[in-house]
Design a binder for this molecule. Sequence first.
Ligand code: DGL
Length: 267
Amino acid sequence: MIRNGIPGSSRELPVGFMDSGLGGLSVLREAVRIMPAEDFIYYGDSLNAPYGTKEQEVIRELTFAVVENLMKQGIKGLAVACNTATSAAVRLLRGMYPELPIVGIEPAVKPAVVSSHGGRILVMATPMTIAQEKYHALLEQYRDQAEIISVPCGGLMEFVEQGKFDGEQLDTYFREHLMPFLTEDTETIVLGCTHYPFLRPQLREFLGERPIQLIDGSYGTSMELKRRLKVKDLLREEGRKGEVNIQNSSGSQAMIDRSYELLAMPF
Ligand code: DGL
């Protein structure tokens, strides 16, 4: 059967999630919370991570390959749960799969500005996200409303990929890369890469007593995904418990195990 142009018995299909690695699981856990009846396939491209320090063309090709793989398995909707892949490829993906509900994620600048009291907003993201036109257009919208400073964080996602959550190294990273941007009036830090929400506890500890709010786009993205599925009448009936199938291009069982652990992390 073809429904909404998507082959198969669409409502019963899983929702696809992709990221350059394990970061998108911070979005998936939110999606599972708000859509518990759905099945999900999560594909982490850890073999090719990081995306955030690669050229736009390379990121596009990698993203297209992952999405094609998910399409072959059969999905009824797609979340590009990676800020970097979203800024490089989401527009093109919508052109390639016009019938498929597709959501991307972008740094949560809007909620940061809306809740701001005039203080500085820092946006931590990959160098590639920060270099992209999509991000510049986003900043342009809020330029007159707040002081927004971009903090390129090359090398930070690797802590999550490698499961290195403790220790000096992370602290040193924050001291070297974040500290120079922290001012007395810094009010909000936007976690503009889906890996970073997993580092919240360590970041909080680093920030100490500073009253800085940390925000990310997982909730907004998951709600938008739900809305788009609903519009196409693709949401499953409530009352069942969906399943999550995690796949990873590294072929490593340890990565799969770490993925399920991250998904189960309290947030
Ligand atoms: N998780 C990805 C993001 O949200 C990027 C990590 C990377 O591959 O550099 O931007």
